[in-house]
Write a protein that binds this ligand. Structure first.
Ligand code: SF4
Length: 342
């Protein structure tokens, strides 16, 4: 099988090209072409024809096929991509004054089965390679003829279950010879895979880590997220404390507000007690309607009192502005699609 050069960090590419007797500056040229959006070795015009033929023989450049694009009333764009093996994923683009932000998928489907999320409805199909994640950025950037400045790993999939490829992607997009996206503009979210949180901390990356917490009581969290049956909230918070100690980065706790389940004052008070004194921020997310999941109780307003309870304990909190709900592009709405659905 041909190796995908989009999945190579620059350092790995230099090593790989050395095995073909190509000097490091050639690897740099190839890396630069890839990150300019080049999908064909023949377009790499500063390489000789024989070099390009050599590359085409043994290597490939993963290119996702843009199958569909939807634009929300608020300007959010959702892209449906077909992967080389025919699987489909979705990616969301949000345009802000401070730049263009992409919400990437890291897996086809998801094994985690969170109750409020469409992505996990059909289970995990497979991990995405670093190249397949990178091409979501390259393809959208090319399509809008503009730079992507912020990346959020919150599309379908649990990023930390695909940790090796995700770390590779972060190295690739941060490279100054490539997209040069600041890691401070990258957010990685997790439903709380403890061993991987400890592993991620070891890399000491200046990324933003977002933890899907969603409850302060174990029984409530267990009903919402199967992973909570494996690790208690206290164990999770301990791992997060250790992450903050190692990286000195503030953690964001995501809290999906489900009416009558976890949005009443006692549960929020409990949350405030658990998070008091921690280097953190709470992102409150009014739950979105997903087919068959909490369809009836969608509520976006009236959560300011929750912000006040948290702020009283010195915890910063905001209510996330909902974007793209009319095209199912909001949190928890990305779903594995098939061609038949189009
Ligand atoms: S919320 Fe995240 S971890 Fe949970 S099922 Fe959805 S994609 Fe997977």
């Amino acid at each position: 099988m041909k190796k995908d050069l989009k999945s190579f960090t620059r350092k790995a590419l230099v090593k790989e090209m050395a095995s073909l007797n190509l000097p490091p500056y050639r690897a740099n040229q190839i890396f630069q072409w890839i990150h300019k959006g080049c999908n064909d070795f023949d377009e790499m015009t500063n390489l000789s024809k024989s070099m390009r033929d050599l590359l085409s023989r043994d290597y490939t450049l993963t290119a996702l096929e843009q199958v569909k694009k939807q634009i929300s009333q608020d300007g959010t764009e959702k892209y449906l991509f077909q992967l080389p093996d025919g699987e489909m994923i979705e990616t969301v683009l949000m345009r802000y004054k401070h730049g263009n932000s992409i919400c990437l998928s890291t897996q086809v489907g998801c094994a985690m089965g969170c109750q409020f999320c469409a992505s996990g409805m059909e289970g995990l199909v497979r991990n995405l390679s670093a190249g397949e994640m990178l091409d979501q950025i390259l393809s959208i950037s090319r399509s809008i003829a503009d730079r992507i400045s912020h990346v959020v790993l919150m599309g379908s999939g649990e990023p930390l279950q695909n940790l090796e490829e995700v770390v590779k992607l972060l190295n690739i997009i941060n490279d100054e010879e490539g997209l040069h996206i600041s890691l401070r503009h990258v957010t990685v979210s997790t439903c709380g895979l403890l061993p991987q949180i400890y592993q991620l901390a070891e890399y000491k990356l200046p990324i933003n880590l977002a933890i899907s917490l969603h409850a302060a009581s174990d029984d409530i969290r267990q009903n919402m997220m199967p992973i909570a049956r494996q690790y208690s909230i206290d164990e999770l918070l301990k791992a997060c404390d250790s992450y903050v100690e190692m990286t000195n980065r503030r953690i964001t706790y995501e809290y999906a507000l489900v009416p009558g389940v976890n949005d009443y004052p006692e549960e929020i008070q409990k949350l405030a007690q658990k998070l008091k004194g921690k280097l953190c921020h709470v992102n409150l997310i009014p739950v979105n309607p997903v087919d068959g999941v909490f369809p009836a109780h969608h509520r976006q307003e009236g959560y300011q009192h929750i912000v006040r309870i948290l702020e009283k304990q010195g915890i910063s909190a905001t209510i996330r502005r909902e974007l793209g709900a009319d095209i199912d592009a909001s949190c928890g709405q990305l779903k594995r699609r098939s061609k038949e659905e189009l």
